[in-house]
Design a protein around this ligand. Sequence first.
Ligand code: APR
Ligand code: PHB
Length: 391
Amino acid sequence: MQTQVGIIGAGPAGLFLAHLLYRAGIDSVILENRSRKEIEGTIRAGVLEQWVVDLMIELGQGERLKREGDFHNGVTFQFSGQRHHIAMDEMTGGKHVTVYAQHEVVKDLVAGHLAHGGRIIFGVTDVALHQIESEHALITWRGDSAEEELRCDFIAGCDGFHGPSRQAIPTACRREFQKIYPFGWLGILCEAPQSWHELIYSRHERGFALLSTRTPEIQRLYLQCEPSDDIANWSDRRIWDEMQARFGFPGWTLVEGPIFQKSILAMRSFVCETMRHGRLFLAGDAAHIVPPTGAKGLNLAVADVLVLSCALAAFYRCGTHDALERYPANCLRRIWRGERFSWYMTTMLHLDPHENEFEQRIHLAELDYVVHSRAALTALAENYVGLPFEE
Ligand code: APR
Ligand code: PHB
């Protein structure tokens, strides 16, 4: 099999890239090790920056998003027994907070790509990258029975944090940076109506909690917990009691409902600055991870592939490698800003068991400053809805 760009991974990075390349007249094949059903059912985050919404629409994939997405003017911060509305739209010239689950984005992009004849091969195993330092890159994998191969001009490693692409770069060439946080998130999906008209980020003395949504009938909520905690320790009653404590507000009720999904995720910040090695380009979670508090993960992944698709288009149009060489530098400024914002939101809103009372007071002072200073609020809002593209 042969193509121009071999894409490993059908997450948001791989799928957006395939659509962008298709629009530029560049052929690609996506290799995905899970089934279509699995990738379309994996529960992940759900906030899209304004320009990602616009891009979905521009690519002709935004019909369901326009119909079913939940568009908010801002978010609520809750701390020290008070709630504060953060008017994202007012601070950013009318940009919105869009809640549309990542797996819904994946469903739309898979269906749209297959509809215009795009090739996605699901359920592949033993994916391996070869000859990435030569002009004839090669990907091998195992399909139903035989070993298969894909010859390509370039490989896009869009296979998430645990995929083989980053590992294909020799360790001596890789520059990596990491921070592990001393907390995790317990996330649930439940059948209940919306309790509040927008997301609530709550800093509470029992720990952080986040109220989000999926549809008018299904809600998504998170609780800060120990990263090594076992979900078996959390009965539905214990979860609701903790939610009630951390969101509790006079005259307001958090509506409970049957919980049908629960899991715990650990949190880390990670950047691999070596996003290019020969003919291999890393994008999305394969190159960087953020804690979910800033809602940046999916958006940073899409930003990478937007830059990559432009560089590949320039190569196929004029034969020049310049933009491809600039790819890491062009992405890394935005990535580090996303890392900074995600770290800032995470440290400000969580209760770090290793911090003393002085440090905890500092976080409360930061929150107090954010909600009372137009300058601080503007800085937070422009990061949350998505910084403009300067590259
Ligand atoms: N072979 C083929 N595909 C693979 C392999 C492999 N060995 N390993 C992983 N994959 C696939 C995964 O099954 C997944 O579908 O690569 C895809 C990677 O997708 P994501 O993990 O969603 O990563 P990305 O597309 O970069 O999107 C970033 O995902 O984790 C969230 O918060 C993150 O929202 C952000 C988004
Ligand atoms: C979600 O809805 O899953 C969500 C929302 C906001 C975040 C993280 C996750 O910051």
